[in-house]
Design a protein around this ligand. Sequence first.
Ligand SMILES: [Zn+2]
Length: 115
Amino acid sequence: MGYADLRELQTALTTASDIASSLQAAPTRRDADQLVDVLRQALTAASSLSTLTGPTGCAIHPNGAVDPLYGDPEDPLPPGYGKCLLCNDRRRRADAKPHQPYHWDRSEHALRRSA
Ligand SMILES: [Zn+2]
């Protein structure tokens, strides 16, 4: 579904670009309506892309388990923890052994921020 949304977005944007490029100095109402329609399709497809990362919002484990403590007001997760149970579990193990280097944390942050 995510891939289909991406294809739909690319197709709609290409079509919008083609329509815009072919417009004359005084575009007709029909041209303008057609452009608005295809841009709406692009917007809808772009909005659907945010579901690509799955329930965890994690780029590595998009369909993994959500940490049951996520969003718990009485026992909040430490700063930097996300919704992904697998990643949080790794963070907990790394926090328990502070002398261990954990380079994975940095790359994962980069992925998370770009997502
Ligand atoms: Zn994860």
